[in-house]
Design a protein around this ligand. Structure first.
Ligand SMILES: [Cu+2]
Length: 500
């Protein structure tokens, strides 16, 4: 009889039943871990065979796609002939699953399978090797985490993965930059895997570290492209790829009449920045680095290395619509074509004019849909970006990885970092394990985008970012130009109490 059951018993009974139901639902709902295979392959680029790496899912597609609320449960198998470690760029996993070669999380030897399991954040993300120069050989892939809100939009999802490509081996590309023998380059490659020394004179909270003087700027800066003062494009690439293809034979994506598209663009290039050119179309940027922003309409948008853009497109009834990505400072471009069934074949070549340098003109206009709650900073830090072409080396606060002083964080702190660029080149700076908000560009306060990678423009360009120290661990902070990172432009943010 119901009356004989006490409220407490009833409550406990109901709780037990609901917990049991939740477990049963989870057991039923949890799909098996996805397989991700790191392997080597031959990719035909403009009619010539190139040796590349691949990150392939169980269906042989590049990368990983997750359904709404699906966990990132991935078994990564290293089927390449060398060690590798894959970083889930922009995701916020525990630091031991971040895919960075710390001593506690060494790279995977050939034949090894490593399991990952964490709750992902939705949006357009990507993955890439953090081992040596493997990223340049296309150890890169999309990581798409769908949300129920996006599924409700009922838009066709089109992923546009951009890469830069050379038939020359990456260590040779680096050796040409540094003027070093390949053996010296290998030493350098190993250096990025080495362990930074424990914090020596870690700055006290609130203390700012001094920067390098302007005189550290190299006088030998070479103007590339259209005679602009800043340095662009360290490497002369053989091709720029959009979903593994060039404009000579672009990928054609079939779209419906009057199709509604969510374009997810990923700049997975190692050292190239692009202007996204929607051609005849107008689009609306609705997310940057996977995080929603207030919609910004336009036809051309800058995209720094490692950044992503989600762009909504409402297509005309019929036709073929090229989506271009043009390399800054050059006429080179790549792209895909969105085409309705009846549309004729489309051919395009390089652009008529060089593109300007990628800049922060879009950044300044962005507003986060989910900004950080306003709060004074507990820790402010200033990082000066320095370096140059001769000698080819790049630093943060005058330090070169792995000989760096970790920036020590306390869990719970609101952290603000001022990034100031004393060099002649733009640097796309990436923080692992945290999403930060851009709160000032060139000293102008904004309520900017939440992101994981922000461009700091050359010749005293500056950006201020803010984030909550809410993910204890050891986290890399580095320039995402692969060659800048490999020649020193990386440091560590380390939480107190986390063993080095
Ligand atoms: Cu850089």
């Amino acid at each position: 009889m119901l009356e004989t059951i006490s409220r407490r018993t009833l409550f406990n009974g109901a709780l037990a039943a609901s917990v049991a139901a939740a477990f049963a639902a989870e057991a039923k709902a949890a799909p098996p871990a996805q397989r991700l295979s790191a392997e080597t392959a031959v990719l035909e680029v403009n009619g010539r065979a190139g040796k590349v790496f691949r990150l392939l899912d169980g269906q042989g597609r590049r990368g990983i796609r997750l359904a709404p609320d699906e966990r990132f449960r991935v078994d990564l198998a290293n089927r390449a002939a060398e060690k590798t470690i894959i970083h889930w760029h922009g995701q916020l996993p525990p630091w031991t699953q971040d895919g960075f070669p710390w001593p506690q999380t060494p790279p995977l030897s050939p034949g090894v399978v490593e399991s990952y399991d964490y709750a992902p954040i939705p949006g357009t993300f990507w993955m890439h090797s953090h081992q040596g120069l493997q990223e340049q050989s296309l150890m890169t892939a999309p990581l798409i985490v769908r949300s129920t809100a996006e599924l409700r939009e009922d838009r066709q999802e089109v992923v546009l993965m951009l890469d830069d490509f050379s038939f020359t081996a990456p260590d040779e590309l680096l050796a040409r930059l540094t003027g070093g023998a390949p053996s010296a380059v290998h030493t350098m490659a190993r250096r990025t895997e080495a362990v930074p020394a424990p914090a020596r004179n870690a700055p006290a909270p609130g203390m700012s570290m001094g920067g390098m003087p302007m005189s550290s700027m190299t006088p030998q800066s070479i103007a590339h492209g259209a005679g602009m003062a800043a340095d662009l494009n360290d490497i002369d690439y053989d091709a720029f790829l959009a979903n593994d293809r060039t404009l000579a034979d672009p990928g054609i994506v079939r779209v419906e009449r009057s199709g509604r598209v969510r374009l997810r663009i990923i700049n997975g290039a190692s050292a190239s920045q692009f202007w996204i050119d929607l051609g005849a179309l107008s689009g609306r940027v609705v997310a940057t680095d996977g995080h929603p922003v207030r919609s910004v309409a336009g036809r051309r948008f800058p995209l720094a290395i490692a950044q992503r853009l989600d762009i909504l497109l409402d297509l005309p009834a019929t036709g073929a619509f090229p989506i271009f990505a043009q390399v800054e400072g050059t006429r080179h471009r790549t792209g895909i074509v969105l085409a309705t069934k009846s549309a004729s074949v489309f051919h395009a070549a390089d652009a008529a004019k060089p593109a300007p340098p990628v800049d922060n003109s879009l950044e300044e206009r962005l507003t986060a849909m989910r900004p950080l709650p306003p709060r004074p900073a507990d820790l402010r830090h200033r990082i000066v970006l320095s370096g140059g072409m001769k000698p080819y080396s790049w630093s943060l606060n005058g330090e070169y990885w792995p000989h760096i002083t970790p920036l020590m964080l306390e869990r719970g702190q609101r952290v603000e970092i001022d990034l100031v660029n004393h060099s002649m080149m733009a640097h796309p700076m990436h923080l692992h394990g945290h999403a930060f908000q851009v709160i000032a560009v060139n000293s102008t306060p904004i309520r900017g985008a939440v992101r994981d990678t922000v461009l700091v423009t050359p010749m005293m360009g500056s950006v201020r970012i803010a984030f909550n120290a809410d993910n204890p661990g050891r986290w890399a902070f580095h320039c995402h130009n692969l060659y800048h990172m490999m020649t020193g432009m990386m440091t560590e943010f380390r939480y107190r109490g986390v063993p080095a």
